[in-house]
Design a protein around this ligand. Sequence first.
Ligand code: FES
Length: 123
Amino acid sequence: RSEQKINITFVYRDGERVEVQGRDGDTLLNVVVDHKLKIEGFGACEGTLACSTCHVILDESNYNKLGIVSDEEMDLLDLAFGLTETSRLGCQICLSNHLHGMVVRVPDSVNDIRQTDGAGPSS
Ligand code: FES
């Protein structure tokens, strides 16, 4: 197995770009955690496909390099804020060398579907 690093550029909500490196076999969530990237709320369910906070937006060519989206992922993506044609869940993206140089955009907001919309029960 190769130890070649895979460069990934994250584009934050405010437009700031950060380039980090991952390894073959890492998920995008691993990369965010390993580098302590400051993406608020990202990966709330730790990759168990129970939230949609790891929603990221890819460019079309990289999106097309990734495999088919599972039904479970699709269901969560449907709930994600600002869904696009090239949206994926970061915890379901597995890095491989052909993704080297990928640009990952963080959407403007997140919906954590595990929380009710913040209103809570009112009396
Ligand atoms: Fe929750 Fe990806 S981290 S679905």
